[in-house]
Design a protein around this ligand. Structure first.
Ligand SMILES: N[C@@H](CCC(=O)N[C@@H](CS)C(=O)NCC(=O)O)C(=O)O
Length: 194
C-alpha cells in the first residue's frame, strides 16, 4: 500500500494528488496534523518531520517534488516527452521552487496575517514576485504548456502555487496584463483533477 501524508488543500499535497490521479497511481491519503508530524513515529518516516511524505512498500520518500516525480512516473509524458523536455521539467521544478515558491509563500503568509511584514519587506517581496511572474508570463505568451506540447508536472506545480493568488490577490487588470499566465492557470485549473 502507498500512503501520502499531507495537508488537504496545500499546494505541496495537491500537486501530488493531481499527479496520482493523472498517472493512475493508487494511494491512500492521510491528513497529517502537526501533532502527528512532530511525533516520534513520524520522525521514522521523515527525520526532518515535515510533510508531505509518501510511504511505499520500499520505504518513505520526502521532498514534495521528488514525490511528485515518483507518483507521475507511471505516466511518462507527465515528466517530459524527450530527454531535453525531461531536463526542462527539472529546470522548471527547481526554478519554481527557488524563484517563485519562496516569495509566494512569504507574501501569502503576510497577507493572511500569519507572518506580517513591514512596508519595506512587503515591497521587496512584491517586487521579487512581479519579476518572476513577468518571466513566466513571457515564457507562456506563445505556449499552452510550460514544457513541450503536453501537460507535465511543471504545469501542475505552477498552477498550484498560483491558486491562492488567483483566488484572493490578483486584480482583473493584472490578469489582463499577464495574459499568458492567466490563460495557463485557467487551462490547468479546469482539469477535473484540479
Ligand atoms: N521542501 C519541502 C518543504 C516541506 C515543508 O516545509 N512542509 C511544511 C508543510 S507544507 C511542514 O511540514 N512544515 C512543518 C515544519 O516546518 O515544522 C517539500 O517540498 O516537501
Amino acid at each position: 500500500m502507498t500512503t501520502l501524508f499531507g495537508k488537504t488543500g496545500h499546494p505541496r499535497t495537491n500537486k501530488i494528488l493531481m499527479a496520482a490521479e493523472l498517472s493512475g497511481m493508487e494511494l491512500t491519503f492521510v491528513e497529517a496534523d502537526m501533532k502527528m508530524v512532530k511525533s516520534k513515529d513520524f520522525a521514522a518516516k521523515n527525520p526532518f518531520q515535515k510533510i508531505p511524505v509518501l510511504e511505499t512498500p520500499e520505504g518513505c520518500l520526502s521532498q514534495s517534488n521528488a514525490i511528485l516525480r515518483f507518483v507521475a512516473s507511471s505516466k511518462a509524458e507527465l515528466l517530459g516527452g524527450s530527454k531535453r523536455e525531461q531536463a526542462l521539467v527539472d529546470q522548471f521544478l527547481d526554478m519554481l521552487h527557488f524563484e517563485l515558491e519562496t516569495p509566494a509563500n512569504t507574501y501569502m503568509l503576510a497577507v493572511q496575517g500569519c507572518q506580517p511584514l513591514n512596508e519595506a519587506q512587503m515591497a521587496h517581496v512584491s517586487m521579487d514576485l512581479k519579476k518572476v511572474l513577468a518571466v513566466l508570463d513571457s515564457h507562456l505568451a506563445d505556449k499552452e504548456f510550460m514544457v513541450g506540447s503536453a501537460l507535465t508536472i511543471v504545469d501542475l506545480l505552477l498552477a498550484q502555487i498560483l491558486l491562492p493568488f488567483f483566488r484572493f490577490v490578483l486584480s482583473k487588470e493584472w490578469r489582463v496584463s499577464m495574459a499568458g499566465l492567466t490563460r495557463h492557470f485557467l487551462k490547468v485549473s479546469a482539469l477535473p483533477c484540479f
